[in-house]
Design a protein around this ligand. Structure first.
Ligand SMILES: [Zn+2]
Length: 443
C-alpha cells in the first residue's frame, strides 16, 4: 500500500503545503457557491425513507450522484455467508435480498498523495410515532438554520458533504492527486455489516473519514455494542390458577433487573478505561423492544426482549457475550423454579469498541482544516455509541477520523442538523481532501 512508501507521503505533504492561501480561499468559496445545491441534494436524500431493508431508493440517488461526478461505480448486494467469515461480523437476522452498498472511486491521472476513503451510511433508524414530530419526518424542511428529518444528521448530511467537498476541490481548479473511494453503505444502525462488506471487497486507503454527526468534533474512543434477543419461557395457565403457573412477563422484569446489575458493575469500572473515566454512564444496556404473552387472562408462557449492551474497548465481543450469558444464568437460577427458562441469541451488532491513537498525520491535518473552517481548535471526545470506524481501526489498522456536523435528536423525534455547522464541516473536509490527497492543477 502507498502508506508504506515514504515518497508518497512526502509528496502529499508538499501538496498540502503547496495549498497556498489563494487556493485555500478558492476551495472555501467553492463550498459556499454550491451550498444551496448541497442542501437540495441532502433534502432529496432525506426524502428517501431508507429504513433497514428499504435503502434502495437512497442508494439509487447516491449512485446517480457518483455517476454524475464521473466516479467508477461498484454496487453489490451484501452476502451474509461471506460476511459471516469475518470476526467483526454482526449476526444477520434478516434477508439481505436487495440490500446493496454503493462505492464510487476517483482515480487521479497521476498519483502524488495519499489515498482516502470517505464512508457514510444510508440506513436510518425508525421514525417512531409521527404525532411526536412537529412535521413529517421525511419532509426534510428547513427552518431557522436547521435541516429537519429522520436521517438528516445520521447521516445524510455527511453523505452529501463527502460529495460536495470533493466538488469544491475541483471547482476551485484542482484535481485530487490520489485515489478516493466514496462509500455509501447499509447496515450501520444494526450490524456494521455494510462497511465490513466493503472491506472484504478489498477497499482500503491510507486514511478514512466518516462524517457522522459528531458535534463538530473528532471521535477519540467509542464503545462496542452487542444486540441480543432474550427469551424468558414460563408455564401457561388460566389466571384463576395463577400461582400454579409461571408468569414469563413478571420473570422478564426480574431478568432485566439482573442485567442492570451487570451494567452497574461495568459502569463502576470506568476509571480503569482511559477516555471513559469522565463519563457518568458510558455503558448503557437498552431494552429497545419487548413482547410476550397471548391473552390478558392467560398467564404468559413467554416474553422476549431485545437488548442492546455496550462494552469498553479492549474487551472482545466474545468476552462480553460470555459475561452476559453468565448474568442471564444467574437470573434464571434466581427465578427459583425449574419452569423458568432464560435463553439468548445474537441478533445484530457483535462489535468491539476502539480508541483512536493520537497524533496521526491525518488527525494533524484535520486539526488544521477544522481550524481554517471554524476558527477554533478541533476537540475530540468519547462517544458511548456504535460507529463503523471500529472496523477500519481494529481490523485494518487505518487512521479513521469520525468527524461531522452538529445535530440534535438523532434517533429521537425532530432530528435536525445545523446548517451552519454542515457548511463549515464541508469546508473542512474539502480542505482535508486537498491536503491529504494533494492536488494538481485541473487538467
Ligand atoms: Zn450514524
Amino acid at each position: 500500500m502507498p502508506s508504506a512508501d515514504p515518497t508518497s507521503s512526502t509528496l502529499a505533504d508538499a501538496g498540502a503545503a503547496a495549498l497556498d492561501e489563494t487556493a485555500r480561499r478558492a476551495i472555501l468559496d467553492a463550498v459556499d457557491a454550491a451550498f444551496d445545491r448541497q442542501l437540495a441534494f441532502t433534502q432529496e436524500l432525506i426524502r428517501e425513507p431508507s429504513l433497514r431493508g428499504r435503502e434502495a431508493g437512497a442508494q439509487d440517488l447516491m449512485e446517480r450522484a457518483m455517476a454524475e461526478r464521473g466516479l467508477e461505480l461498484d454496487r453489490w448486494q451484501l452476502d451474509p455467508e461471506e460476511i459471516g467469515t469475518h470476526v467483526g461480523a454482526g449476526a444477520v437476522a434478516i434477508s439481505y435480498e436487495g440490500m446493496t452498498n454503493v462505492v464510487g472511486s476517483y482515480e487521479p491521472a497521476e498519483t502524488l498523495g495519499r489515498s482516502l476513503i470517505l464512508n457514510g451510511h444510508v440506513d436510518v433508524v425508525p421514525d417512531g410515532p409521527h404525532e411526536q414530530w412537529a412535521r413529517n419526518p421525511w419532509d426534510a424542511h428547513i427552518e431557522d438554520g436547521w435541516l429537519y428529518g429522520r436521517g438528516s444528521g445520521d447521516m445524510k448530511a455527511g453523505l452529501g458533504a463527502m460529495l460536495f467537498a470533493f466538488d469544491a476541490v475541483r471547482a476551485a481548479g484542482f484535481d485530487p492527486a490520489a485515489r478516493i473511494h466514496f462509500q455509501s453503505v447499509v447496515e450501520e444502525e444494526s450490524t456494521g455489516n455494510g462497511t465490513l462488506a466493503a472491506i472484504q471487497r478489498g477497499y482500503t486507503a491510507d486514511a478514512v473519514l466518516i462524517p457522522e454527526p459528531e458535534e463538530d468534533m473528532l471521535v477519540r474512543a467509542n464503545v462496542g455494542v452487542i444486540w441480543a434477543k432474550v427469551r424468558v419461557g414460563g408455564t401457561p395457565t388460566h389466571v384463576r390458577e395463577m400461582t400454579s403457573g409461571f408468569n414469563a412477563i413478571d420473570a422478564a422484569i426480574a431478568v432485566v433487573a439482573q442485567l442492570r446489575v451487570l451494567e452497574a458493575e461495568w459502569n463502576a469500572e470506568r476509571s480503569r478505561h482511559p477516555h471513559f473515566e469522565h463519563l457518568d454512564h458510558p455503558i448503557n444496556f437498552n431494552i429497545g423492544q419487548i413482547s410476550g404473552g397471548d391473552w390478558p387472562s392467560s398467564v404468559p408462557a413467554w416474553c422476549e426482549f431485545e437488548l442492546r449492551a455496550a462494552l469498553y474497548p479492549g474487551m472482545t465481543a466474545d468476552e462480553a457475550w460470555a459475561r452476559i450469558l453468565e448474568q442471564l444464568a444467574i437470573a434464571e437460577a434466581a427465578l427459583g423454579t425449574a419452569d423458568a427458562t432464560v435463553t439468548a441469541e445474537k441478533t445484530g451488532f457483535y462489535a468491539e469498541g476502539y480508541v483512536l491513537e493520537e497524533g496521526s498525520d491525518a488527525e494533524r491535518l484535520l486539526g488544521e482544516t477544522h481550524e481554517a473552517a471554524f476558527g477554533s481548535p478541533l476537540d475530540s471526545f468519547t462517544t458511548p455509541g456504535y460507529i463503523d470506524s471500529r472496523l477500519f481501526v481494529l481490523y485494518e489498522g487505518l487512521p479513521t477520523l469520525v468527524y461531522g456536523p452538529k445535530t440534535e435528536q438523532i434517533h429521537g423525534y425532530d432530528e435536525r442538523t445545523s446548517i451552519d455547522s454542515l457548511r463549515r464541516v464541508t469546508k473542512s473536509i474539502a480542505l482535508f481532501i486537498a491536503g491529504w490527497c494533494g492536488v494538481t492543477p485541473r487538467g
